[in-house]
Design a protein around this ligand. Structure first.
Ligand SMILES: Nc1nc2c(ncn2[C@@H]2O[C@H](COP(=O)(O)OP(=O)(O)OP(=O)(O)O)[C@@H](O)[C@H]2O)c(=O)[nH]1
Ligand SMILES: [Mg+2]
Length: 278
């Protein structure tokens, strides 16, 4: 990935991952009533929540997670797999813009719904139960193409976590990881939670990046690492759950809770590609 240095955008800004307070930490009785709450700085102090805007999902705390990496590595597919349990097979439709809207309908088959919205960078909300706490992840899918980079930079700064993807069948996407890390260092919060994912491990025949090379790079940069497949679902839920656990721990810091170690968790729970190849 060649890198052109672009100035930090002062224009478009993603909504801060806001967390709205609930009285005494309890969740309000009536879902869906929106009232602006205080904006919190990214990776800020413990925050309690309320129903998410419009979706009706209850949550205790919410975080913004972004998917980044070269075009074609499978960011959109990973999000669709996590959100809807489906895989976008067939024609590759690159994500080429940015917007705040969510896809309009629920329950439709992924391919048609997402193809329709592929020109936007959408975010999707998913609420996870993490050790008894409802953690809402607001997951932003970005355009991997170089020409949209200056737009997506603006969204980094209030991300709590970044999932950085490469494609194990595409060596160039792996070689570009260092440039992505430089970019992340420049535009994201210094304490952003970062995880490296080698996607498409179902394509064993076309593999161009060894698992050990991914591990080595991750170790070099001190990153948790897993290989994933949006096609089979391998380690997809795990990646997001691990992020949610880490963010939850950082925000609550309950002394009574056992300390969560992201690296150890990912190492222990991650499964090898061979287990799930169709
Ligand atoms: N075999 C296999 N193919 C995948 C996987 N994930 C994505 N693909 C395919 O890879 C292509 C690109 O996937 P996308 O999710 O659109 O890639 P992207 O990273 O969102 O690309 P941009 O939007 O351009 O940044 C599509 O044809 C997908 O079907 C996977 O885990 N395994
Ligand atoms: Mg995409």
């Amino acid at each position: 990935m060649s890198r052109k240095k672009t100035p930090k955008s002062k224009g478009a800004s993603a909504p801060a991952a806001s967390v709205l307070p609930a009285a005494n930490g309890s969740r309000p009785a009536r879902p869906g009533i929106a009232r602006p709450g205080p904006q919190v700085r990214p990776n800020g102090p413990p925050q309690l929540g309320r129903p998410s805007l419009g979706s009706g999902d209850f949550y205790d705390v919410t975080f913004k997670v972004m998917l980044v990496g070269d075009s074609g590595v499978g960011k959109t597919c990973l999000l669709v797999r996590f959100k809807d349990g489906a895989f976008l097979a067939g024609t590759f439709i690159s994500t080429v813009g940015i917007d705040f809207r969510e896809p309009p309908t629920r329950g439709q088959h992924c391919p048609s719904r997402w193809a329709q919205w592929s020109w936007l960078v959408v975010f999707q909300n998913k609420v996870l139960d993490v050790d008894g706490m409802k953690v809402k992840l607001q997951i932003w899918d970005t355009a991997g193409q170089e020409r949209f980079r200056s737009v997506t930079h603006a969204y980094y700064r209030d991300a709590h976590a970044l999932l950085l993807l490469y494609d194990v069948t595409n060596k160039a996407s792996f070689d570009n990881i260092q440039a992505w890390l430089t970019e992340i260092q420049e535009y994201a919060q210094h304490d952003v939670v970062l995880m490296l994912l080698g996607n498409k491990v179902d394509s064993a025949q076309e593999r161009a990046v060894k698992r050990e090379d991914g591990e080595k790079l991750a170790k070099e940069y001190g990153l948790p690492f897993m290989e994933t497949s949006a096609k089979t679902g391998l380690n997809v839920d795990l990646a997001f759950t691990a992020i949610a656990k880490e963010l939850k721990q950082r925000s609550t810091k309950a002394p009574s809770e056992p300390h969560f170690r992201l690296h150890d968790y990912v190492k222990r729970e991650g499964r090898g590609a061979s287990c799930c190849t169709p």
